[in-house]
Design a protein around this ligand. Structure first.
Ligand code: NAP
Ligand code: G4F
Length: 344
């Protein structure tokens, strides 16, 4: 019997990964944070009855340890126990506002998890595999393009610094204690379930609101239009996470599309889906996106600028393609945008 624990199961990636593992007949546990209503269940409603959800928080080491013991005790005959650590304060700009909290969850949270596993008997740890949700943000001010598994990290946000710590802890516990501990280095991935404050979803929802006359201003406020991102579809990336843990040994893998686009280009493509052709006037904070009828659709709001910006992300996924046979179903940025508009 295969069992899995997903931290961050209520998030974008967690919900798609849970669907994938259900299809593969895993018994799934998930850690959720209590909130004043119950927990954030919006992305899980359709599969809620098939999941075993437990309250927990990455900052609570005793709680994590108890959870892992409980799962092992409930499933004494398990063959493999896969742990996907997806929980994080995942917004880069927010990490500048709450740097210590971000470090505690995204960095020290991984130490808490690894320690909870390390102290288990060897015959148990030999059946545990851990995936850590590493990120292309770790490359920061990039030192090489395209970025691969050997490109040095050069983080430029509290979020990225915490993720580099977590990445290193995974390697240390792999090399030092022999744990099956693998890092994914995932480039940006999006979907209809993407959080509303990430740029792609903000643009898609903004275009839809304009289209349905729900946006009184008639325009979207954005920050840096010139940063470049390697955007893929989340469904392809959670499949890659699963493949990483099916490999015969623990290792680190880049998952990316190998294409990069500016935020500006994403804006143009998204508006074009609804028949609006955007051209640009002005410079810097006065730059505007105007449609074919002369209506302003994009304005710059400096509040969305970051203290440090990752200007260029472009990943080379050839190691994952070659070793894991990872292939993407969503081949183009337009495929992704179309699916995000579908809202499903
Ligand atoms: P997301 O939608 O923001 O989901 C984050 C999840 O973490 C949510 O379930 C959230 O719970 C949970 N969480 C936050 N703080 C927690 C805490 N203290 N204890 C326990 N759970 C906590 O992020 P995502 O896009 O699915 O990303 C999943 C992981 O991949 C994250 O680690 C992210 O940093 C990493 N990553 C994402 C991308 C990407 O492009 N999406 C790329 C590379 C790496 P609530 O629902 O209660 O908030
Ligand atoms: O959508 P974003 O907030 O994603 P970002 O910062 O690349 O981080 C995401 O991808 C990482 C992987 O590389 C993950 F690790 C991380 O958890 C998260 O999922 O911003 C993308 C770009 C940035 O350059 C930002 O400055 O869009 C630019 N941008 C321009 N205007 C904006 C906005 N970003 C946001 N969120 N909101 C804006 O109004």
């Amino acid at each position: 019997m295969k069992i899995a624990l997903i931290t961050g199961i209520s998030g974008q990636d967690g919900s798609y990964l849970a669907e994938l593992l259900l299809e593969k007949n895993y018994k799934i546990y998930g850690i959720v944070r209590r909130n004043s209503f119950l927990f954030n269940s919006a992305r899980l409603e359709h599969i809620r009855d098939h999941l075993n959800l437990l309250y927990g928080d990455m900052t609570d080491c005793a709680g994590l340890s108890n959870t892992i013991h409980k799962i092992i005790n409930e499933n004494s005959n398990f063959s493999i126990f896969e742990i996907y650590n997806l929980a994080a304060q995942s917004h880069v700009q927010v990490s500048f506002e709450i740097p210590k909290y971000t470090t505690e969850v995204d960095g020290l949270g991984v130490c808490n998890l690894l320690e909870a596993i390390r102290v288990l008997p060897k015959y148990t740890t030999d059946k545990i595999r851990i995936y850590q949700a590493g990120t292309s943000e770790m490359y920061g001010h990039v030192l090489e393009t395209p970025q691969t598994e050997t490109t040095p990290f050069n983080p430029c946000s509290p979020y990225a610094a915490a993720k580099v710590y977590a990445y290193n802890m995974m390697k240390i516990y792999r090399e030092g204690y022999g744990l099956f501990a693998s890092n994914g280095i995932l480039f940006n991935h999006e979907s209809p379930r993407r959080g509303a404050h990430f740029v792609t979803q903000k643009i898609i929802k903004g275009v839809l609101d304009i289209n349905y006359g729900k946006n009184k201003d008639g325009f979207i406020r954005l920050g840096n239009l010139y940063s470049k991102r390697d955007w893929g579809h989340t469904k392809d990336y959670v499949y890659g996470m699963w493949l990483i843990l099916q490999h015969d040994k623990p290792d680190d893998f880049v998952l990316a599309t190998g294409e990069t686009h500016t935020v500006k280009s994403f804006v143009e493509k998204a508006f074009l889906f609804k028949g609006l052709l955007i051209h640009w006037v002005g410079e810097g904070i006065n730059e505007k996106g105007i449609d074919q009828d002369g209506k302003t659709r994009i304005v710059i709001d400096p509040k969305y600028y970051r203290p440090c910006e990752v200007e260029l992300l472009l990943g080379n996924p050839s190691k994952a393609t070659r070793i894991l046979n990872w292939n993407r179903k969503f081949k183009t940025l337009n495929n992704l945008i179309k699916d995000m508009f579908s809202g499903k």
